[in-house]
Design a protein around this ligand. Structure first.
Ligand code: GH3
Ligand code: MG
Ligand code: MG
Length: 334
């Protein structure tokens, strides 16, 4: 509530408060980028609209505006149409095509009252069009509306990456993060360990104690990951009873004891619905992928093959797969 009220107050003194559900989500601080060749407009907007909660960044032309937008990733861009060099329409087209700016809202601000310009701006993807000279309360209200849309899009994107049962990341989250981490590793030669983890004989838990008891185990394992992994590590629910784990800046030799602590913790966990029935997990670690080290799919494939070998060898153990295939996997623990 607090945060939203602050933004709504900052943006407008006498407009209606935001709806509560949205209000709760308005971020503490928002970045707005103004792209305009007039220093007068920059002064006016900075003085009358910029606040502690709303930082106004300035770019004087389209080219610079695009570069700043991609580095700041503002919630909102106020974009002039008539600028020397690249005009506002060209800039708008480029901003709309930038994957980094998919949630960024753009309001065109232009002296042109021409319907064709308005239609073109909106059709290119601007969320609004305000004519100059603008009325400040009206501009504030329109900015507030655009910032609310940005907030909702961000919230939707976040929710789409969270697993509903456990609250940890889902498959889509993992797929995105592994792409980033594998590229980072290639660029910097940083250590990276990828592991897959699958609950052993989980079907028995569901069949014997019911689906709700099975769900409790899945949730419990996610909590163990949260507790025993570092903040920088990423554990996601990869599918049904399978988890994928990324240990950043961690070589396999360091990752093994971490995962083994999780394995042992699970072995010792007593579940409220079936204290007599222990649940275990098998782990497969990718040391070096057997295929292309640049390809995240090959990292997962190698970890999966190691997991399969761990299952085959009797479950509740950790296997490591490397470029030479499964024959060279080490049995780490059982
Ligand atoms: P293994 O050790 O070989 O992995 O045996 P398993 O029994 O764990 O493997 P199997 O693939 O035969 O069964 C997995 C079970 O996991 C079947 C499926 O119903 C259950 N499962 C998948 N997702 C969920 C879920 O969200 N909740 C519950 N309760 N069960 C789930
Ligand atoms: Mg299983
Ligand atoms: Mg399975």
């Amino acid at each position: 509530m607090e945060r939203g009220h602050r933004v709504s107050k900052e943006l407008s003194n006498n407009t209606k408060p935001l709806r509560p559900a949205v209000t709760d989500r308005i971020a503490d601080h928002q970045d707005v980028l103004l792209v305009d060749d007039s220093t007068f407009i920059h002064d006016l907007i900075k003085r009358r609209i910029g606040t502690e909660a709303l930082t106004i960044h300035s770019a004087m032309d389209g080219e610079r505006g695009i570069a700043m937008a991609e580095s700041i990733r503002p919630a909102l861009i106020l974009l002039d149409l008539n600028m020397p060099g690249m005009d506002g329409f060209q800039a708008l087209r480029r901003l709309m095509n930038s994957p980094k700016l998919s949630d960024t809202q753009v309001i065109v601000i232009s002296a042109s009252d021409d319907t064709e310009d308005k239609v073109a701006g909106l059709e290119l993807g601007a969320c609004d069009y305000v004519t100059k000279p603008f009325n400040l309360p009206e501009l504030r209200a329109r900015m507030r509306s655009a910032l609310r849309t940005h907030e909702l899009l961000t919230l939707l994107a976040e929710r789409a990456q969270v697993d509903g049962l456990t609250g940890i990341g889902n498959r889509s989250c993992f797929d995105e993060r592994i792409d980033e981490e594998v590229s980072h590793r290639i660029r910097t030669d940083a250590d990276l360990t990828i592991a897959m983890c699958d609950i052993d004989l989980f079907k028995q838990v569901n069949d014997t104690y019911g689906h709700a008891a099975g769900d409790e185990v899945i949730r419990g394992i996610a909590k163990i990951f949260n507790r025993l992994l570092r903040k920088s590590d990423i554990a996601c629910r990869y599918g049904g009873e399978e988890f994928a784990i990324m240990l950043r800046d961690t070589c396999v030799q360091r990752a093994i004891p971490v995962l083994d602590r999780i394995r042992k913790q699970l072995e010792q966990t007593r579940w409220p619905s079936h204290p007599e029935h222990t649940v275990t997990c098998s782990f497969g670690i990718c040391d070096h992928p057997s295929g292309d080290a640049k390809n995240p799919t090959d990292w997962i494939k190698t970890a999966d093959e190691a997991l399969y070998a761990a299952k085959h060898a009797g479950r509740n153990r950790i296997y490591v797969g490397n470029g030479s295939g499964m024959q060279s996997s080490l049995k780490i623990a059982s």
